[in-house]
Design a protein around this ligand. Structure first.
Ligand SMILES: [Zn+2]
Length: 106
């Protein structure tokens, strides 16, 4: 009776790694990323499980587009300088039409 030996530990490690890989892939698929980072992280985690999971948790989580960010993103109207939503096409204060792609804060 040797209890838990090396083969059992190897199996346990493989199972944990597999579960972690699948859960990370699910997390990648459920999240929104800037640019084409989604497919990149999916492939990294799929082909480099251990490295991919660690890298994803440190770097990938910062590239995620969270609902909070998109809901609270605001900018200043270039005409009246009031704070309006970043997605706004017409200023709700002065009623002027806003130029497209004004993502940077003015
Ligand atoms: Zn305005």
């Amino acid at each position: 009776m040797f209890g838990i030996g090396l083969p059992e530990l190897a199996i346990l490690f493989s199972v944990v790694l597999l579960v972690k890989t699948v859960s990370t892939l699910v997390d990648v698929l459920k999240s929104e990323f800037t640019g084409s980072n989604k497919i990149i992280w999916f492939l990294v985690v799929l082909f480099l499980p251990l490295f991919g999971i660690i890298a994803y948790h440190f770097i990938g989580s910062k590239q995620k587009i969270t609902d909070k960010q998109s809901t609270f993103s605001e900018k200043n109207c270039p005409y009246c300088a009031e704070v309006i939503k970043a997605e706004a096409k017409i200023c709700r204060f002065c009623g002027k039409e806003l130029p497209k792609l004004a993502n940077e804060t003015i």
